[in-house]
Design a protein around this ligand. Structure first.
Ligand SMILES: Cc1cc2nc3c(=O)[nH]c(=O)nc-3n(C[C@H](O)[C@H](O)[C@H](O)COP(=O)(O)OP(=O)(O)OC[C@H]3O[C@@H](n4cnc5c(N)ncnc54)[C@H](O)[C@@H]3O)c2cc1C
Length: 443
């Protein structure tokens, strides 16, 4: 009998496995795909031979659980944090708005940065400072308030929404302002901007996701007597009384375990659970109410460097963020001119064709970076993630189950569980660590 079985080898499952292995527990992780990483993985691009991520990921200094996880597996040094918060947005035609924190303690570092930000009008700066004050003093928001409702209530002008609120909120929650939960967004802002100076800094990976955490987690778990089995898909969970006892695999085999952690997406868990439990147990029935929000990543290789920042937001564009991988990743890992263009909450793009989206990205980049018009596009690749994250609406909060279930030896991990955070790496790792603690307590 396995002491602990974890189903799913993404951030949630691997962080749970590593935390348990670190405490001397032999874990088995099963992953249906050939590679680990789930919704945060690297793949080799056949044409260039370079590794690319399904979507360039960014972290925040406030991602404390993620930092703990990476430190345990020895890769925390592969994230480079800004000394202080700095965010640059491109305006059509080549203009820039740079918001840089001042060398002061939080939150004065940002307040002074806003006051000095030349790319924002004086009126916008005053509105932003007023919103900052409101974030500090707000204890709770009305039920079901969206980010748009919240911005409306503070009379935030459209020019400021385009240059600050939309780029931040859409990427933080992978959801559009008129659908996204204001409560969840405010929690992220409070953690990031009203904690320490470091909490507000962006952390950028200097390697692909595969080198950041998947293989290192596997090695960590295996070195402590556990096992990580890829190409091993769970098909059905079986329960007796108040306990889970096994997972039946898609290949017909069965794995029994004393404790089990589901670390698969909510729409997969729905299929693994017996139908009668889906009807009987409220936390499982709740899964049917969660929906998903898409993301699109367009990878472009130009024959030269065309962007002058490591990463930059585009004001009022269907392409929200552009990452220059040759400035971010370790030297030699990628060639000059390799860009990752990201769109979160990508409802308008997800059904468009590859040709259409590549042309759109080229046109948009040309509007913001004049050098693109002189450069030659040598290669492109599109990655659509239709179910990138659960949709962080205000309604969804009530349906997110906690790590505990009605079954004493069965726990739930994943960025969609009730962590108090949106669907991010930090949410996934927080849930993984939470499950590991619950398993240890029940052993
Ligand atoms: C394009 C993109 C960009 C993103 N950018 C950011 C970012 O910048 N910052 C950030 O913090 N977050 C970002 N995210 C979100 C982040 O990637 C996720 O929150 C996180 O990876 C979720 O991890 P997880 O372990 O909860 O789920 P998953 O990664 O989905 O892991 C679940 C695992 O279970 C496996 N599985 C499924 N079914 C079975 C089965 N039947 N049997 C066995 N295994 C199974 C899956 O293959 C998968 O490996 C982004 C997501 C996407 C898609």
């Amino acid at each position: 009998m396995n002491p602990v079985l974890i189903i799913g080898g993404g951030f949630a499952g691997l962080s749970a496995g590593v935390a348990l292995a670190d405490r001397g527990v032999k874990v088995t992780v099963i992953e249906q795909r050939r590679i680990l990483g789930g919704r945060a993985y690297s793949v080799e691009d056949g044409t260039t031979g370079e590794l690319i991520d399904n979507g360039q990921h960014a972290l925040l200094g406030a991602f404390h659980e993620t930092q703990k996880f990476l430190k345990t597996i020895g890769t925390d040094g592969l994230i480079r944090y800004q000394d202080r918060f700095r965010m640059v947005l491109a305006e059509p035609g080549g203009g820039r708005m740079t918001l840089k924190a001042a060398p002061l303690p939080a939150p004065f570092h940002l307040a002074a940065g806003v006051a000095r930000c030349r790319g924002l009008s004086v009126v916008d700066r005053l509105h932003l400072l007023r919103a900052g004050f409101s974030i500090v003093t707000t204890r709770s928001l009305p039920d079901r308030m969206t980010i748009k409702d919240w911005l409306d209530s503070l009379h935030q002008p459209e020019s400021l929404r385009l240059r600050w609120w939309y780029p931040l909120s859409i990427s933080a929650l992978n959801e559009l302002p008129h659908r996204a939960s204001a409560e969840l967004f405010l929690r992220v802002l409070k953690q990031a901007y009203f904690g320490s100076v470091r909490d507000s800094s962006f952390g950028i990976m200097t390697v692909g996701l595969g080198d950041l955490y998947t293989e290192q987690s596997r090695k960590f778990i295996e070195a402590r007597g556990g096992q990580v089995l890829c190409n091993t898909a769970g098909f059905q969970l079986t329960f007796t009384g108040c306990r889970i006892n096994a997972v039946v695999l898609r290949n017909g085999g069965t794995i029994q375990a004393d404790h089990m952690i589901s670390a698969v997406p909510h729409h997969v868990l729905r299929k693994l659970l017996p139908q009668e439990l889906m009807r009987k147990d409220a936390p499982f029935e709740a899964l049917t109410h969660l929906t998903e929000s898409p993301m699109v990543s367009i990878h472009l290789w130009f024959d030269r460097q065309v962007v002058d920042e490591e990463f930059i937001g585009l004001v009022d564009s269907p392409i929200q963020w552009v990452f220059d991988k040759s400035r971010l990743w370790k030297e030699g890992d990628t060639q000059a001119g390799a860009l990752a263009c990201i769109t979160s909450g990508a409802y308008d793009l997800i059904d468009r064709s590859k040709e259409d989206l590549i042309a759109l990205a080229q046109k948009e980049l040309g509007r913001f970076f004049p050098d693109v018009q002189k450069a030659k596009l040598i290669h492109s690749r599109l990655i659509k993630e239709r179910q990138a994250t659960y949709s962080c609406t205000p309604e969804a909060e009530q349906w997110r189950p906690t790590q505990e279930t009605p079954y004493e030896n069965f726990f739930l991990a994943g960025d969609w569980t009730r962590t108090g955070l949106p669907a991010t790496i930090e949410g996934a790792v927080t849930s993984g660590h939470g499950c590991a603690e619950l398993v240890l307590r029940s052993m």
